[in-house]
Design a protein around this ligand. Sequence first.
Ligand SMILES: Cc1cc2nc3c(=O)[nH]c(=O)nc-3n(C[C@H](O)[C@H](O)[C@H](O)COP(=O)(O)O)c2cc1C
Length: 388
Amino acid sequence: MGRTLNLLPATALDYRRLAEARLPRFLFDYIDGGANDERTLASNVDDFAKVLIRQRVLCNVDHLDTSTSIAGCPASMPLVLAPVGMAGLFGRRGEVQGVRAANKAGIPFTLSTVGICPLDEIQAAASAPFWFQLYMIRDRGVIRDLLDRAMASGCDTLLFTVDLPMPGMRHRDTRNGMLGSGMKSALGKAWQLGTRPGWVWDVGINGKPHSFGNLAHVVPDPTDLAAFGSWINQQFDTSVTWKDIEWLRGIWKGKLLLKGIQEVADARSALDVGADGLVVSNHGGRQLDGVASSIAKLPAIAEAVGERLEVLMDGGVRSGVDVFKAVALGARAVLIGRPWVWAMAGAGEQGLGDLLATFKRELEIAMALSGVTRIEQISRANIDSMPW
Ligand SMILES: Cc1cc2nc3c(=O)[nH]c(=O)nc-3n(C[C@H](O)[C@H](O)[C@H](O)COP(=O)(O)O)c2cc1C
């Protein structure tokens, strides 16, 4: 959209522009950025463009149906809102806006461990079960407590993130003083806040409390991002192994999906420990810069374990056409991270609802022009070519 923000937003990237105009720079960059030189982030998106679809015509596509089931949940299309930490800083009670829009669209919403809104606030806003995401925290008592609370809030699907033994190097955040505590960081952020009075009023003042809802009882001062950063460094467990996932499997009775798998060997281990599924993911290019895109890694993993595990993917999905490509390459469903947050931050719950409707329409068009009418008919045969 360039400078034409007066036009109506149509795509995920249009909402990105709206979010950029509305958010203080340090928050926009926190969403937008990736690890190191952001090469993996770029290839997540670029590699989708390299997958070509086979066009078929005159197939009677009168009764298109995008509905499916994901981890046992009925869904209007194979799409899930990914866990995004601190969404309540990007829009007023952002996770509530996210779950409402997801429920209206008939797809699952995932609440992050480090969401701003707590489980009970999401439960009160939700009209359908939602998913919960968790990291391995050193204090296993905290894990047990969070799992009990998630189950009591009606979550039956746990996305357990395995690709964050420690946070990646996100240089934009360093430059912006995102998690810094010094005077320079504070002044820089204050200046950026001064340029975004709309956000300050709507989210900064009226969107409180800004604590990490689910961790408010364990993080010493959850409103202090620098203190939070050091809590993460102390509590995110770098010693975690597959044995811990076995332990987790033993105590979590709902569906367990491991998020952050990139290799077939790890996908097989996920099967061995009794996971119900996995998400092929590199954390949206925010962890190890230099790993391959998720869409490039998906086909081999889907082929190896797809019949026994529910294989989801995320990273770089920006349209309903991308959803079609991922399903054709073996994904049961895909998650979107940045697109939902851009839409919610830039245009609220309504904007997110409109974007989800666009994804659905684009998926329908891709199905119609590929000659399929149901999600389960989409297959590798619909792919013309891809470079790997
Ligand atoms: C701002 C931001 C915060 C995120 N926070 C979390 C999180 O708390 N837990 C998690 O498992 N993944 C988190 N992710 C990763 C997403 O769940 C997802 O894997 C990724 O965004 C997918 O890539 P995409 O943004 O290209 O769709 C975050 C991503 C972003 C952009």
